[in-house]
Design a protein around this ligand. Sequence first.
Ligand code: 16G
Ligand code: MG
Length: 542
Amino acid sequence: MDLDAVTKQSVLHAKPDGLVLQYGTAGFRTKAEHLDHVMFRMGLLAVLRSKQTKSTIGVMVTASHNPEEDNGVKLVDPLGEMLAASWEEHATCLANAEEQHLPRVLVDISEKAAVDLHQDAFVVIGRDTRPSSERLSQSVIDGVTVLGGQFYDYGLLTTPQLHYMVFCRNSNGQYGKATVEGYYQKLSSAFVELTKQAFCRGDDHRTLKVDCANGIGALKLAEMKHYFSPGLSVQLFNDGTKGKLNHLCGADFVKSHQKPPQGIEMRANERCCSFDGDADRIVYYYHDADGQFHLIDGDKIATLISSFLKELLLEIGDGLSLGVVQTAYANGSSTRYLEEVMKVPVYCTKTGVKHLHHKAQEFDIGVYFEANGHGTVLFSKAAETKIKQLAKESEDEKRKAAKMLENIIDLFNQTIGDAISDMLVIEAILALKGLTVQQWDALYTDLPNRQLKVKVADRQVISTTDAERQVVKPPGLQEAINDLVKKYRLSRAFVRPSGTEDIVRVYAEADSQENTDSLAYEVSLAVFQLAGGIGERPQRGF
Ligand code: 16G
Ligand code: MG
């Protein structure tokens, strides 16, 4: 390591005095103007991680659903997964080191992680459409270069596309070709193959309206849509030509406000969906004939997908295990439906894709979705091998099911939730089952729910256990929540410190919206009183 060169370059990417940032649930995220030094340093870190793993590492510049003025960065590990937890700590140390300590911190990390400094390093870089992203990705490149790493800059990519590229490169192309074209081809040929039956039945031309959050998803879907037409035609809205990124649109807006985005024309009973700003989240929705809005969130997506998979698994009858992974935010009705009606085992993990992803890896086929629309399906190597074998050898009906599963394996992005890939799977299932969006929605009825935020002096005073469903500290808070929950029917509530904002989140569910809102308010008040609330007290009726 040429530490003198690092010191010299680092001056050009100086850290603002006193700024402390943490590698959170999905990397660093804050106002773009504070991130130049972080980007440079993540370039340095990616080189060390690449040397240590002897693999290609990814760096993605995006702040997902956050406002356009923000930005962020996350590293992608060799198998296309999120960065390992021990390296998140290294990332935080490196980002916060004062200029004069930078060389020492680099040496420390290399020693602690036993990095072989003679090893070559290769880093691939992607970025979203934010105005600041191009400049910030140049700072990543500066960091990579000064430590002697090689790089390839993909330029504009969705987050899941970058994850895909990393995995392709580290699997010697076995997972697919590490180009945007390769991504389009892999997904669309699996889609076309899977839907052949449905589309030749005559219910061909299907249309879907997609709100692209004025983000990168619009560019990529516009390039890709010719690959899967005429079976499916997608109409893009909020494609970035007029509106602002994530402003009054996108999956996060639709899910949290439970209303349609601006800038989309919805007619009664038309199927619509929204991506978030970096296209790793998707939610569906529609207006019924009475003009009422219906949201189909990640829970209902997981239900549709797992019931389809379960049918195929019964058909091939090979004892492959299927499990569904959710978080505490999953609507109680979805969990009940999965467990009691579908008889599928359901597990709950902490919030954040990496937690769900790791749990899902325990099954032959692991379906994971957060209610907010992050999710995918993972197939174990053993399951994949078995399915491929059955698709070649077994008798007719079995083979048909195995072939479908084979296409589904290719269609799901196995590295991380991917709005484009999820959308294609959902569209394929709806077409094959001949389901309308209303029929899908009617699988179960969501319990009324409410999410609120509470400001406290230090959100770390709250610690939780049981996949964030129980508070351990401060004392008395869990007991207070228990007493409040008892007042209502079909009720549930939990609180957790946010991993991305300086607030505590409150979630409540009950038999009616009125009761849910009361419960959410009362729990917020308990947090405010017992966990050091600041500013205005929570108000009833918000
Ligand atoms: C991040 C996570 C998302 C999670 C959210 C929770 C990834 C890629 N993203 O956006 O999964 O739902 O954080 O935010 O892991 P919160 O901690 O502020 O509630
Ligand atoms: Mg996102």
